[in-house]
Ligand binder design. Structure first.
Ligand code: COA
Length: 286
């Protein structure tokens, strides 16, 4: 079996039989295969469910590429009385077209959610229905605008994403690829936060300042970290690679790699094997 056939077989597998990663032979996400799987799922869903036919047509099937569909979905969600859907769609579509790096991260996020969320049936569901994912993609577009010097547009998108999804991410924050924001509601990510690749964040997590520092004042979350629901991490402190922050913790001091912290204030409660990756093992942990 060649690489494309192997990838297609993974795509065709029922949701219950993971793994679900869509990879080309050189271990990169295969964008064409992913888009074709999403279109196929949309066609099937439109055939089964009359209620969703118009939505699936206008948000997925009418588009030529995955980034174009994403722009349409975000614009439909975020449009309001004074932010026109078509103008939003044009802006977001053009930003994605000019920023292949943002599209690469978006694709990695899509794969990450499907891989880690045991309740997720397929990629179409992530794209259409998961607001933590949608909020993260709105941030990625706002961040590209911010980096290009269009600060008013970046703030406007970030604000509208916060109103729409209840996820407040400053457009200057730096967020790597393969990140999952699960459920999303109540997540706040401050201006000088850094989140590396393959991190999972549950609802109501705050990555904030202490109120006593200026300048670079927000947390630095290293690769593979899992942050449980309601955790509050304050100050310019590092959460070491592959560590877990327990639900409801308040973290005020740096956390070493490969350990679990819990409580208020948080303390190290467990040290892990060096080969475990908490953000990717969520389905076993939760
Ligand atoms: C922290 C967590 C990931 C478990 O990690 P772990 O490394 O396997 O840790 P353990 O379960 O071995 O727990 C270690 C210690 O921390 C304690 N602990 C675990 N979670 C805790 C929490 N949220 N608050 C306080 N203490 C906690 C345990 O009771 C245990 O204490 P003990 O040694 O005195 O018995 C898990 O408890 C958690 O909080 N997950 C987040 C889940 C979440 O956000 N769910 C929302 C879904 S919608």
């Amino acid at each position: 079996m060649d690489g494309a056939q192997a990838s297609q077989r993974r795509l065709d597998a029922p949701a219950s039989s993971r793994p679900v990663l869509v990879m080309s032979e050189d271990a990169q996400p295969d964008a064409a295969l992913l888009w074709s799987a999403i279109r196929q799922a949309a066609e099937q869903a439109a055939g089964r469910e009359p209620l969703l036919r118009a939505r699936l047509q206008s948000l997925v099937l009418a588009h030529r590429s995955l980034p174009a569909a994403l722009a349409a979905i975000l614009a439909r969600r975020m449009a309001c009385a004074d932010l026109d859907e078509e103008a939003l769609c044009d802006l977001m579509g053009s930003v994605l077209a000019e920023h292949p790096d943002a599209v690469g991260r978006f694709t990695a996020d899509l794969l990450a959610v499907q891989e880690r969320d045991p309740a997720c049936p397929d990629y179409l569901h992530v794209l259409l229905n998961l607001k933590g994912f949608q909020a993260l993609q709105a941030y990625r577009i706002a961040h590209a605008l911010w980096q290009g010097g269009r600060r008013e547009a970046a703030f406007a998108l970030a604000n509208q994403a916060s109103v729409t999804f209840a996820v407040d991410i400053h457009p200057a924050a730096r967020i790597g690829a393969g990140v999952m924001i699960d459920h999303g509601t109540g997540v706040v990510i401050g201006e000088t936060t850094v989140i590396e690749d393959n991190v999972s964040i549950l609802q109501n997590v705050t990555l904030g300042g202490t109120g006593k520092e200026h300048g670079d004042r927000h947390p630095k979350i290293r690769t593979g970290v899992m942050i449980g629901a309601g955790a509050t991490i304050l100050g310019n402190i590092e959460i070491g690679a592959m560590s877990k922050v327990a639900a409801g913790s308040v973290v005020l001091h740096p956390v070493p790699p490969h350990c679990t912290v819990a409580g208020v204030p948080a303390r190290v409660v467990r040290r892990h094997q060096a080969d475990s990756c908490p953000s990717q093992e969520m389905d076993q942990t939760l």
